[in-house]
Design a protein around this ligand. Structure first.
Ligand code: SAH
Length: 258
């Protein structure tokens, strides 16, 4: 066995049915069968993943003890295991073409995992992940809800997102303090936003940093022109804007900058 390490967010899933359901949520479209598993740990998901016909699997695990355990328990997967920090890893070296990501994620880095997904969105066709329910809720939240935020807007611009099911703490060893949830993201058809993307990210971040203020106030530091400031859209707060609204706003602001 592997002794669970808190610092690495290790909570091992004990429930085989849930493991099967998570793996079953992967909707692989053949011949696209490249899959990265983040944090295989002792391999509860890996076992089912490796049964998928023709799968081209890579396992990214930071913990040396788990890596040794996996190599011993699944000798046929020896060459598929990469001992590395997912956040530091060059994904282009792992797979030259598009791939899916799956995992029972280390909860302390789940937001960072999704920011990395965004950076590689043209290669990450799908994500099936278990994470703390609170973050899953935020990612899937629709405009107008309290949990709608930066990650919701940025991810929903490029992915169709579904909350699949909740998972209680008791099925892990050791149990985490929070509820968990499994979420699936599938790449949508948008290849490029219809606006300057760097500016889009900046505006989304700034708007949500002061989410209780109207956009007129939250975006003050951008020195909006009087004509833009006067628009009714600027009476709204960040959480009321759809992805499309943020794109329109970015275009409006961009057009008037010198
Ligand atoms: N998939 C296993 C383990 C989940 S716990 C299961 O469901 O039981 C999270 C796993 O992520 C642990 O094995 C931990 O060692 C690994 N991990 C933590 N940080 C990581 C990182 N930065 N890169 C890769 N793996 C990481």
């Amino acid at each position: 066995m592997v002794r669970p390490k808190k610092s690495l967010g290790q909570h091992f899933l004990k429930d085989e049915n849930i493991a099967r359901n998570i793996v079953g949520a992967l909707a692989l479209e053949r011949p696209d069968v490249r899959v990265i598993e983040i944090g295989p740990g002792t391999g509860v998901l890996t076992k089912y993943l490796s049964q998928i016909k023709d799968i081209d699997l890579r396992l990214i695990e930071i913990d040396r003890e788990s890596v040794a355990y996996l190599k011993k328990t699944y000798p046929h997967l020896q060459t598929k295991i990469i001992e590395a920090d997912f956040l530091e890893l060059d994904l282009d070296q792992v797979f030259p073409a598009s791939f899916a990501i799956i995992g029972n994620f280390p909860y302390n880095i789940s937001s960072q995992i999704f920011f990395k997904v965004l950076d590689h969105r043209d290669k990450v066709s799908q994500v099936v992940g278990m994470l703390q329910k609170e973050v899953a809720d935020r990612i899937a939240a629709p405009p107008g809800s309290k949990t709608y935020g930066i990650l919701s807007v940025l991810l929903q611009a490029f992915y169709d997102i579904e909350l699949l099911f909740k998972v209680p703490p008791g099925v892990f060893f050791p149990p985490p303090k929070v509820m968990s949830a499994v979420i699936r993201l599938k790449r949508n058809k948008v290849s490029k936003l219809d606006c300057d993307e760097i500016q889009f990210r900046k505006i989304v971040k700034q708007a949500f940093q002061m989410r209780r203020k109207t956009l007129r106030n939250a975006l003050k530091s951008l020195n909006l022109s009087a004509s833009i400031s006067a628009l009714p859209l600027l009476d709204k707060r960040a959480e009321q804007l759809t992805v499309e609204d943020f794109i329109s706003l970015t275009k409006l602001i961009g057009d008037t900058r010198e």
